[in-house]
Ligand binder design. Structure first.
Ligand code: XUL
Ligand code: CO
Length: 434
């Protein structure tokens, strides 16, 4: 036990009318919604990087947090960090967490040392998983922070960097498998370009496709049953990232024969940077059969930057969960808070209250979405809009040809009558539930 969170109580459900600061108002994990407990719907996870590894720096200034696990350069402090992390998981009663290799072990620059410390610390974390029952939603390799990755990992012009990336991903996949991880994520922060003047895009894409095929082959070789996920993001840190958005990722997966093997981890802030809404990205992935998991956060809409704030907007979150529910809900995926407290939020309590509030926002959003889905009104309106396609004649047309259809239009004098799309009526319906 550390005393980092001393005086902070375990958070439990207190209901919407309570005035307690520490308590869930809407997240009652055992509440059954659409036949499933809220905990099983939402599958919350805490991100090791934002809550424990990030030190509060921004482009204008360095560290603002002072933590008992600083400096993060030894196995001794890595263990203290793990102790505090699992204490936080217990206080918040979250079922899952996620890590990058660079969040949990010190960086030495040497692969053999990194491998040794990763194996040691993940053994220690696994012991804590067994003691607490907290599980690993996903592991991932940080292939973007160290200077070796500045020109990319699998897309790097230097084959030695590709090799270092392959060895690193192997080590992280092995650790994730050992820890019973339910997914493995690849986010290519540097897989893109800064300028086309020095970039061979075709070669880089081919290398990235080959790399991902090797990851999938290795997953099968070791018997890892989790899902491999890629995480779309249009830019930042690279000027342009190849995994721009859900549709781009699907095209990439299909070109390299991976669309049945790899799914997507979609993030609210990344969707916004790509000029989409979060619900658009979830609906796109679901329509293409590659919906996997979500990274929940929000951006500051004035900054145009990936600010990774905690979600705090119920109607926005509800629209996202409506699409998650329409897609059938999570299987191996979940709701990972890829979100960080602000750099002035230096108290341990800030970490707890940020997650607690976000869990409530997500629970409210999911419950509103579930109620609307359960009422059936929105889906009935959607079905009615496409009802013409249920007739045998319409179905036959899809198997017909352009000239046969043209002949039919002439013979039957087909003259379609426009119908209302009813958008405002549906928006009013939506507002009755949120
Ligand atoms: C960066 C981001 C990453 C990935 C994991 O914007 O979202 O933290 O989720 O590498
Ligand atoms: Co993310």
């Amino acid at each position: 036990m550390t005393n980092f969170f001393k005086d902070i109580p375990a958070i439990s459900y207190v209901g919407p009318d309570s005035d307690k600061e520490f308590g869930f108002r809407h997240y009652n994990k055992d509440e059954v919604v659409l036949g499933k407990r809220l905990e099983d719907h939402l599958r919350f996870a805490i991100a090791w990087w934002h809550s424990f590894a990030w030190e509060g720096g921004d482009p204008f200034g360095g560290q603002t947090f002072e933590r008992p696990w600083h400096p993060q350069d030894s196995m001794k402090t890595a263990r203290i960090k793990a102790d505090v992390a699992f204490e936080m998981f217990r206080i918040l009663d979250v079922p899952f967490y996620c890590w990058h290799d660079a969040d949990v072990r010190p960086e030495t620059g040497n692969f053999a040392d990194n491998l040794k410390t990763l194996n040691e610390i993940t053994d220690y974390m696994l012991e804590k998983q067994v003691q607490t029952g907290v599980k690993l939603l996903w592991g991932t390799a940080n292939l973007f922070s160290h200077r070796r990755w500045m020109a990319g990992a699998s897309t790097n012009p230097d084959p030695e960097v590709f090799a270092f990336a392959a060895a690193t991903v192997k080590s992280c996949l092995d650790a994730t498998h050992k820890m019973g991880g339910e997914n493995y994520v690849l986010w290519g922060g540097r897989e893109g370009y800064e300028t086309l003047l020095n970039t061979d895009m075709k070669q880089e894409l081919d290398h990235m496709g080959r790399f991902l095929n090797m990851v999938v082959d290795y997953k099968h070789k070791i018997g890892f049953k989790g899902t491999i996920l890629v995480e779309p993001k249009p830019q930042e840190p690279s000027k342009h990232q190849y995994d721009y958005d859900a549709a781009t990722c699907f095209g990439f997966l299909q070109k390299y024969g991976l669309e049945k093997e790899v799914k997507l981890n979609l993030e609210q802030g990344h969707a916004i940077l790509a000029g989409h809404s979060f619900e658009h990205e979830i609906a796109t992935a679901a329509a293409l059969g590659v919906f996997g998991s979500i990274d929940m956060n929000r951006n500051d809409y004035q900054s145009g930057w990936d600010t990774d704030q905690f979600p705090n907007n119920v109607p926005e979150v509800a629209l996202a969960y409506y699409e998650v529910l329409r897609a059938g809900g999570f299987t191996t995926g979940g709701t990972n808070f890829d979100a960080k407290i602000r750099r002035q939020s230096i108290d341990p309590a800030d970490l707890i209250l940020a997650h607690m509030g976000a869990m409530d926002v997500c629970a409210r959003g999911l419950k509103a979405a579930a109620a609307l889905l359960e009422s059936g009104e929105m889906e009935a309106a959607r079905k009615e809009r496409y009802a013409g396609w249920d007739t045998p004649a319409a179905k036959t047309m899809l198997g017909s040809s352009l000239d046969a259809i043209a002949a039919d239009v002439l013979a039957k004098n087909i003259r379609p009558e426009p119908r209302s799309g009813r958008q405002e009526r549906l928006e009013n319906l939506w507002n009755r539930f949120v």
